[in-house]
Design a protein around this ligand. Sequence first.
Ligand code: TRP
Length: 336
Amino acid sequence: MTQQRILSGIQPTGDLHLGNYLGAIRNWVDIQESYDSFLFMADLHAITVPHDPSKLAENTYKVAAMYLACGIDLNHATIFVQSHVPAHAELAWLFMCITPLNWLDDMVQFKEKAIKQGEAVAAGLLTYPVLQAADIMLYEPDKVPVGEDQKQHLELTRDIVNSFNHRFGKPKQPVLKLPEPMIRAEGARVMSLTDGTKKMSKSDLSDLSRINLLDPPDLIQTKIKKCKTDPIKGLTFGDPERPECNNLLTLYMLMSGKSKDEVAAECAEMGWGQFKPLLTEATIAHLKPIQDKYYAIMNEPGYLESVLKDGKEKAEAIANPTLLKVKKAMGYSISV
Ligand code: TRP
């Protein structure tokens, strides 16, 4: 039996942090043996807000190295760069012409990013989720494993696919297969260290709000020491009045590999002074092998280039035939 396909990606903007790892990459690693995985760096999405051209390629390589360092195995996964496969931009255009403008108006991520941008908001920021729909549909994956924040973009993708099939498919013969989102509850939303009600994010101005995957031990210690807590002794999961407490216990659970029950029992009587060193130690220990592997990969000349060249070929072998199928359904002549 052929394996089901999954597809996902991350924008190469800024350093990856625990939220990216726990919300996305870790899940890809955990399920990779059961799926044929296509994982990419969304470098076309990375320019929807002003970017530094001198950093774009470097950041893209860094994310690829981080996928591998976190345990993505090339025997199960294809890693590639979005901009290396021109079909992404082309399908995005075709989808843009069948997506009603008002579907894009209520995208939460657009609104948040547009507010941060102030005046000069690029049209590409609005059409960002249409490019994402193209990213997904070129590979017609069975599932799309993402963090909670991407749920709305996946719903939009499904709406676009339904509309496309309705307009260009024959009854009972859809052109494109509907993808399912795959969102893992635990760790799907890692919150900021400085505000337990806000998502941990690359774009937060304060670096103290997140733990980056490459933070050295002393910095991890400082960030956890300074992170926001509350004045209550005894640490518990799930108290809506204590968002920081829930977030930090969840981080401890995921970093230590202990079960929720074990952590709940271990921390039930603890104060923050006792808990923070435990979280610090578990985080440093969890990230050490990832960091070692990352630097080894980055120091091997030519290795990433060869991985990404191979990835481009494998990705195009799937994406290009899908694009042709879509163009044919829309009425384009494709034989020249
Ligand atoms: N928008 C996603 C994010 O910010 C990144 C992304 C782009 C993506 N294209 C995708 C994720 C396709 C899944 C599938 O995290």
